[in-house]
Design a protein around this ligand. Structure first.
Ligand SMILES: C[C@H](CCC[C@@H](C)[C@H]1CC[C@H]2[C@@H]3[C@H](O)C[C@@H]4C[C@H](O)CC[C@]4(C)[C@H]3C[C@H](O)[C@]12C)C(=O)SCCNC(=O)CCNC(=O)[C@H](O)C(C)(C)COP(=O)(O)OP(=O)(O)OC[C@H]1O[C@@H](n2cnc3c(N)ncnc32)[C@H](O)[C@@H]1OP(=O)(O)O
Length: 382
């Protein structure tokens, strides 16, 4: 796999950093997550393929253990508020002094500088600060955050993974590590570059929810079917729009022009009425195999059995029966191989990881009995 041999220390976080770590693990990196002690369960739902070491960082000896792990690794991924790592003596200067090849990734909401750098926040706040939230939502309604996808995952976890891969690539030439300041505000804004760069085209001149791509246009929207499901329509180009109209059983001559914005409410009403006359399956049969750009809106449970997804193996069931998307993109020679077994218990790999990183058996036992580290090895099944 592409990242085989790369050792990552991931400090347990909420959502973006765990996703970043999972991407790296899916593509072959060895990801060791540092969990708190005295926890019975993790909130990391993105733990696939990781190992877990439980370590008390409120104890200086715990901090010393972490330092030893970090300086022997390729990447440190930390999701804390600005200053937390420095307070423990684990800031980038301290660690890079001992290991100049280290890649030190800091994944935060607002970045390492600026007046918001130390403020708490979540996806919706970062999205708001990126400018993008102001554009998201239906006409005449308030701004609406599309789950926590854009800042946490696209602008945060994924962008940070990209930064780490870039830094690894650069290190292969320079032999040097570096610090990655991954701000979710900036990551989200960067993902949204199209919104800034396409303003000159007039794509966003109208109020929120009344433009071509923000559900303003009736040919770029979703419609309810007779069985209470939905179809997604993205018939923008005239040649595809023609196929869409034809599929609905409508005639161009009876309808206002596609790009006549003042007629969009009337067109939407017509499309709504027609879509309500068949089930989702019936509409899928009508549009499958055409270029009308119409697809069923599938639920998370339905994606696995859709023939297209099935043909590509786009989703898989792990050993626990849980459905997950396959890692993307697909690399021809060194594709990702997501781990199919269960997520680690907290502290499951404490002993084995410490041993591998050069701790003596007696030291490990001391750390365990002092409660500085914890180990919950899985019981062997007879
Ligand atoms: C919208 C998303 C977030 C969605 C997440 C949800 C899925 C989950 C959120 C709450 C969860 C529920 C909850 O936990 C209750 C239940 C628990 C149960 O176990 C499971 C069910 C639950 C219902 C559970 C279910 C779900 O998991 C939840 C609903 C986001 O937007 S995530 C993005 C957030 N932002 C960032 O990541 C940006 C960067 N980080 C920050 O700004 C801050 O870290 C943040 C997030 C604001 C948190 O600030 P906080 O004050 O809490 O921490 P920090 O200032 O960063 O400092 C960390 C301190 O922790 C100490 N520490 C770290 N590791 C250890 C250790 N191993 N041992 C000891 N101590 C440790 C560290 O030293 C710091 O201590 P100090 O404060 O003393 O310096």
């Amino acid at each position: 796999m592409a990242l085989a041999g790369v050792r990552v220390i991931e400090l347990a976080g909420l959502a973006p950093a765990p996703f970043c770590g999972m991407i790296l693990a899916d593509f072959g990196a060895r990801v060791i997550r540092i969990d708190r002690t005295k926890l019975s369960m993790t909130v990391d739902t993105q733990a696939r393929g990781k190992q877990s070491v439980a370590l008390n960082l409120k104890n200086p000896k715990g901090v010393a253990v972490l330092k030893r792990l970090c300086v022997q690794s390729d990447v440190v991924l930390e999701p804390y508020r600005k200053g937390v790592m420095e307070k423990m003596g684990l800031g980038p200067e301290d660690l890079l002094k001992e290991n100049p090849c280290l890649i030190y990734a800091r994944l935060t909401g607002y970045g390492q500088s600026g007046s918001y750098a130390k403020a708490a926040g979540h996806d919706i706040n970062y999205l708001a600060m990126s400018g993008l939230l102001s554009m998201l939502g239906r006409s005449s309604e308030k701004p609406y955050a599309p789950l926590n996808l854009v800042a946490d995952f696209a602008g945060g976890g994924l962008m940070c993974a990209f930064g780490i891969v870039l830094a690894l690539l650069e290190r292969s030439r320079s032999g040097q590590g570096q610090i990655i300041d991954a701000s979710m505000v900036e990551g989200a804004a960067y993902v949204g570059s199209f919104m800034w760069k396409s303003r000159s085209l007039g794509l966003w001149n109208r109020p929120r929810g009344e433009n071509l791509l923000d559900s303003g246009a009736p040919f770029y929207d979703t419609y309810r079917t007779s069985d209470g499901k939905y179809m997604a329509v993205g018939a923008i180009e005239p040649q595809f729009y023609q196929q869409f109209i034809q599929g609905l059983g409508l005639y161009d001559a009876d309808l206002p022009a596609q790009m006549s914005v003042s007629d969009w409410p009337q067109l939407r009403q017509t499309f709504t009425r027609v879509f309500a006359s068949k089930t989702q399956e019936e509409w899928s049969r009508v549009f499958d195999g055409t270029d009308a750009c119409v697809t069923p809106v599938l639920s998370l449970d339905e994606v696995l059995s859709h023939p297209h997804n099935q043909a590509r193996g786009s989703f898989f069931k792990d050993s626990q029966g849980e459905i997950s998307p396959q890692p993307a993109p697909v690399l021809s020679r060194s594709p990702a191989e997501p781990c199919h077994s269960r997520d680690p218990f907290i502290g499951e790999h404490t002993r084995s990881v410490l041993k591998e990183y050069g701790f003596e058996q007696a030291q490990i036992e001391q750390l365990l009995s002092a409660g500085i580290v914890e180990c919950k090895e899985a019981k062997a099944r007879l």
